[in-house]
Design a protein around this ligand. Structure first.
Ligand SMILES: Cc1cc2nc3c(=O)[nH]c(=O)nc-3n(C[C@H](O)[C@H](O)[C@H](O)COP(=O)(O)OP(=O)(O)OC[C@H]3O[C@@H](n4cnc5c(N)ncnc54)[C@H](O)[C@@H]3O)c2cc1C
Length: 461
């Protein structure tokens, strides 16, 4: 037990029992997060099993003015779920149950530690769809998805996590449980309190349970990868796809040439296409009628080919081929393996993307002539991701931030389209939000967490 905190640690240990409380020595075998393989360092870890236990943990920590860090799947790239030696980690990993699935009301009740993929698969067995989907689906949790307002590959059809949460339960910093487990699509009775906990990165409370919105699962899914000569064509194809597919269009993901080529080089795979092309798009459509779905996809690609919008296309003929196309987009290993490598998640209006990307690349080349910028994105949502290899061991993240975020200002972009602010983007918050907006965020934080014990320093300096 840590000197000075002995009483608190003993109280937590006896409240939670041996499965629910891990000492700091027991944490040494855990990595800090998916992005940080250093052994986890924390005063201790609380692993509550129920909302009532979460409440007890926070009440005790609040009384002792003890700082805590909330941990979901640890897949968030901004260090938001990474504890430090003087904080208590609270992991929701034992609160991972799917409590109920209701096909009639198209909703399900889950605990916040449930893994996203587990939820997707559980509702699929009832012919229902939970449409949030992202590369980290096998590790991230619903609580983390809510707290970061996760986006992913299906936002253009179903919106981000905010549009998929009907209700939730959260525990405030002093242990108060606020149950707002609404199951209705429409409920305007007073303030919509759940919004306080969506996208606020665990700074206002711990999400413990949620009611998620479900949709009918469409039996037919088509996936194609398309090669294009320029960004104008990428934007034209998006317009055409929206027009032809309507609500059947579920994903429109774009890779710049260097991104796909690095993926192929690293994995040793062959390109799905004969020649080299400037851009590659993955389109996915989902519908009830397989013949109609196939016909619309074929006709759209033929029209685009005839009008010289696209250069080439391949259509996945099996789930294995589909997965193989998606792996070219979702496998991030080639971009992260050599250090330093700096990842970004920014938002820019679609029409400005080519100019913005060129500006970032030229900024980087001026600073680091050997740098390479690998770009891909959920461009239908105005969202780009960069993986930047500066080509120098001594390169500093702060300099890279200046080149990427500084260039955003003239385009009216955002420093975070989907990952949040965490600890890594705090210095830039005031360059993307007004002083009044940040002041209001701080007022909310002070009102709900007056002692500042929840994820201190996350979002705000
Ligand atoms: C391969 C890969 C692909 C990804 N693709 C996408 C993508 O397409 N779109 C996207 O949006 N993100 C993406 N991400 C980022 C990440 O997966 C998401 O941010 C995800 O929502 C984080 O969930 P988590 O459970 O891992 O949360 P964590 O990383 O554990 O935590 C994230 C933040 O939420 C807080 N938090 C966690 N649980 C709770 C809770 N129950 N109550 C209150 N606060 C909590 C943490 O304190 C932290 O601040 C990707 C990550 C990887 C590794």
């Amino acid at each position: 037990m840590e000197e000075g905190n002995t009483g608190l640690l003993q109280a937590l240990s006896s409240a939670l029992g041996p499965c629910g409380f891990l000492t700091k020595d027991a944490l040494a075998s855990r990595p800090t997060s998916l992005w940080n393989s250093q052994p986890m360092s924390a005063l201790a870890m609380a692993r509550p099993k129920t909302t009532s236990e979460v409440s007890t943990v926070l009440r005790l920590c609040h009384e002792a003015s003890q700082e805590v860090v909330i941990i979901g799947g640890g897949t968030g790239p901004l260090a938001g779920a990474e504890p430090t030696s003087h904080r208590i980690a609270i992991s929701l990993e034992r609160m991972n149950q799917i409590e109920s699935i209701d096909p009639v009301n198209a909703g399900c009740v889950v605990q916040a530690g449930a893994c996203l993929q587990t939820v997707q698969e559980a509702v699929a067995s009832h012919h229902l769809l939970f449409p949030l989907d992202l590369g980290a689906r096998g590790s991230c949790t619903i609580g983390g998805n809510i707290s970061t307002n996760a986006g992913g590959i299906n936002v253009l059809r179903n919106g981000s996590m905010r549009s998929l949460v009907l209700g939730l339960e959260a525990v405030l910093s002093d242990g108060t449980v606020v149950s707002s487990m609404n199951k209705l699509l429409k409920n305007n009775a007073g303030f919509d309190l759940k919004q306080l906990f969506i996208g606020t990165e665990g700074t206002l409370g711990i999400v413990t349970r949620a009611v998620l919105r479900l949709f009918p699962q469409q039996p037919d899914r088509r996936t194609a990868m398309i090669a294009l000569r320029g960004f104008d064509e990428v934007a034209q194809l998006l317009q055409l796809a929206k027009l032809k597919f309507g609500s059947m269009l579920s994903a429109y993901e774009v890779m710049w040439q260097s991104y796909l080529e690095e993926q192929l080089r690293f994995t040793g795979r062959r390109s799905p296409f004969e020649g080299r092309h400037a851009f590659y798009v993955i389109i996915e459509t989902e519908g009830a009628d397989s013949q109609l779905n196939e016909a619309v996809l074929t006709e759209t690609l033929e029209t685009a080919l005839g009008d010289d919008i696209i250069a080439d296309a391949v259509i996945a003929k099996s789930e294995q081929e589909r997965r193989s196309l998606w792996d070219l987009r979702e496998n991030l290993e080639p971009f992260l393996i050599d250090k330093p490598s700096f990842g970004y998640d920014v938002g820019v209006p679609i029409g400005d993307m080519p100019d913005y990307v060129k500006l970032v690349e030229s900024n980087l080349k001026c600073r680091w002539p050997d740098s390479i910028c690998y770009t891909m994105g959920h461009i239908a949502d105005g969202n780009l991701h960069f993986f930047i290899k500066p080509g120098r061991k001594d390169a500093r993240r702060e300099d890279c931030d200046e080149d990427v975020y500084g260039a955003l200002e003239s385009f009216g972009g955002t420093i975070s389209a989907e990952h949040g602010i965490g600890y890594e983007k705090r210095a830039w918050l005031l360059r993307t939000r007004s002083a009044e907006e940040v002041a209001m965020m701080r007022s909310l934080k002070n009102a709900l967490d007056p002692k500042g014990i929840l994820n201190p320093g996350c979002v705000f300096e």
